[in-house]
Design a protein around this ligand. Structure first.
Ligand SMILES: [Fe+2]
Length: 242
């Protein structure tokens, strides 16, 4: 059984459409999202309704946390705050109910899904956590695989029970050692920050113990133009172009 994991779609319907088209026909049994489905992009309502229509389960991202709890808006920089205030006005009551119901983490198919850092933080960035604290967090997890997003860049960390090691994580199939534990940052569908404008997501095959990094080209110019046309902060449009 293959599982597709997406993160940080960020209201980018152009990217999400191409990612869903890429998933089609690959024998994927389940599609999951690590949150930050909204914010920055011009089509948050279409993104949330598409997740609902496809039965894509999600966890809470920091942008959804701000939708649930406006007091959290102070955590963001001014451009992100402005984008979120506009995003909230674009969301239907139905989508706000969906967002309010998102859990901090999920455990499914033997893996943990959390937006920021395990066990359950939607706000903590992987790069903020000291190596010894990363190891402690992984030691405390019963799951062998933990998927995170939040930084918008790909990262693969292997844990052999004694120490952590960053390992190469490249486009295409990456083989995992079934005996080891992994922390996997799957990058971003709709707001990549790795200098490559293509949408990133992964397909996990637990039987073959592989992680396939998919890098999907899409019309980033169109997505950027929608952000500008909506009057949302231009920096979130320019970043889409790499
Ligand atoms: Fe994000």
């Amino acid at each position: 059984m293959k599982i597709a994991v997406l993160s940080d779609i960020h209201g980018n319907m152009d990217a999400l459409e191409q990612v869903l088209a890429d998933i089609d026909g690959r024998g994927v049994a389940s599609v999951l999202s690590l949150g930050d489905n909204i914010g920055y992009g011009a089509e948050p309502e279409r993104v949330v309704q598409t997740l609902k229509a496809h039965g894509i389960l999600s966890v809470l991202g920091n942008h959804e946390l701000a939708a649930k709890n406006p007091g959290f808006l102070g955590w963001f920089n001014p451009a992100a705050r402005k984008s979120l205030a506009m995003t909230f006005r674009m969301l239907s009551a139905d989508s706000m109910v969906f967002i309010a119901g998102l859990p901090d983490y999920r455990v499914m198919h033997g893996c943990r899904l959390v937006h920021g850092f395990p066990p359950d933080s939607p706000t903590l960035y992987l790069f903020q956590v000291l190596p010894e604290d990363r190891q402690k967090a992984l030691q405390d997890l019963p799951e062998r695989i933990c998927f995170v997003g939040h930084t918008h860049v790909l990262d693969l960390i292997r844990h052999d029970g004694r120490k952590l090691a960053n390992v190469a994580f490249n486009e295409g199939a990456n083989r995992l050692d079934p005996a080891l534990q992994y922390l996997v940052n799957i990058g971003s569908v709709g707001q990549p920050r790795d200098g490559d404008p293509r949408a990133k997501y992964v397909i996990w095959n637990p039987v073959e113990s592989t992680l396939d990094i998919r890098c999907v080209p899409y019309d980033a110019q169109a997505a950027a133009a929608k952000i500008i046309a909506a009057g949302m902060p231009g920096e979130h449009a320019h970043r889409l172009l790499g």
